[in-house]
Design a protein around this ligand. Sequence first.
Ligand SMILES: *Cc1c(COP(=O)(O)O)cnc(C)c1O
Length: 422
Amino acid sequence: MNKTTSEPPARNSNLKLARRSNVIPLKKIETPKFPSQKSKVYSSVSDMVNEMRPTAPVHCLRPAVITAMSKWFVSNFPGDVMFAVKTNPDPKVLRIVARAGISRFDVASLAEVKVVANTIPGAKMYFMHPVKNREAIFAAYYNYGVRDFSLDSHEELQKILEVTNHADDLNLYVRLSMASDQAAYSMEGKFGVKLEQASSLIVAARKASKKLGLCFHVGSQCMNPDAYGAAVQTVVDLLKQNDVRLDVLDIGGGFPSIYPGMTPPPLMDYMESIKASIASQPMLSECEVLCEPGRALVAEGGSVVVRVELRKGNMLYINDGTYGSLFDAGVPNFTYPVKAIRPAGEVAANTQEFGFFGPTCDSMDVMKGPFHLPADIKEGDWIEIGQLGAYGATMRTNFNGFYSDITVEVGDKPLLSIFSVN
Ligand SMILES: *Cc1c(COP(=O)(O)O)cnc(C)c1O
């Protein structure tokens, strides 16, 4: 990473002064704390529980699984793959995806810029949050060499141009609002310029950028491969309407992982839909193509091991919850694969449905599931909860004093794999 000096390469000193005066000094921004201790390696989650008998939640990483997924995307996506850092910014995870061949990172904050720059030398970062603060743009551009920025408004375009002193080496990506109705998690509404209003922004961004990109997000955990093809068609229609040349088409994230009761079509169908839609459009033949998967790359490669502190009927009080790594098991009501672990003996063969209460005193800290566990599960048993490599540990808070940053690596198979069913 060309993390040079804090002094920007000014074109002339007057401009430099003008620019500096509307930017707050960077010293106020603290270096983020992303956990990065050395982690122990165990052959399996059961071995870890046997040896550690952990009294706090343990975050388990399966490097081999993340490696395989990353390589799959690199080989099968018809373009270049970025990793959406927000899904799991653990430096260990960044190193695993980088070693598997992913050298591009979708970042959304200065803290993410810093953790990528400090972890992966030479990484190319794309600052894809359409609403950034000026100090973050300044530091990303001048200190970390970021040239690629997304935006969805004229105001943000102006902001980027002012802070970078109308630099002539910006690659700007206009974020379009796309239908999210095929996804478990909608991305509509908060970000993306409405298609009816996109034209003037695209034209303005074309003028201001070295490379012009268009990007979108079809929604997270998108269950329909054709959502991408439809979005590409929308992009092409817009380009034709405005007679604008496009340099980069970024089709975003949204690729699914597998959850109980939510088995997506084969990932290859997504690749085929994207390839076919791009190939059928001559005006995209010269375009660079990018994607920003998060969930699909890392969900399978992580889990959390919790301990049962109390059982009341069909509800288990466990030591992690919605203020920890199980946010999505709360109101979004994702269900996860689970497995009971009892080092001291056998668990019952018959299962029943359970719900979980998290450790905090908040009544919102509840996870309905249902989670299928042995009928005799009880206080002191451990439970592995799978598919939490994305939007898991990264969501945890310190609320009520419950926080664990114990991370281990394990070598066994995940509880559920998208490749085992498709
Ligand atoms: C969250 C996010 C992603 C990753 O989405 P997934 O659904 O996890 O693949 C990619 N790009 C942007 C801009 C995002 O906000």
